[in-house]
Design a protein around this ligand. Structure first.
Ligand SMILES: [Zn+2]
Length: 105
């Protein structure tokens, strides 16, 4: 059983449900296309995540070497935290994208 996003209210529901348990939208007959839509939406959100983490990574690197000088004090901590979160988040998101792509519909 897979979880999909309801096309009308975007809440998580079972792909086997004939009716959305939240908004009562009728899903009978076209659950296959719903799974595809859900898959595309998930891909898009994962792409957005990877862009956010990539921005953090670049921002951290830019903070670290601001105006040609290596950051110090709280700025250095901010830069390291931002860069680390960016790197880890980006890697996790890339792995999630690979796993997600394997589950092709
Ligand atoms: Zn719904």
């Amino acid at each position: 059983m897979a979880l999909i996003d309801c096309p009308s209210c975007q809440k998580r529901i079972s792909s086997q449900a004939k009716q959305c348990s939240h908004c009562k939208a009728n899903l009978d007959g076209n659950s296959e296309s719903l799974v595809k839509i859900s898959h595309i939406q998930k891909s898009n959100s994962l792409m957005t995540h990877s862009i956010v983490f990539l921005t953090l990574l670049i921002a951290g690197a830019a903070m670290w070497i601001w105006k040609g000088e290596v950051a110090q004090g709280w700025q250095a901590i901010m830069a390291i935290v931002s860069f680390s979160v960016g790197v880890i988040g980006y890697m996790i998101t890339r792995i999630r994208i690979v796993i997600h792509k394997r589950k092709s519909v």
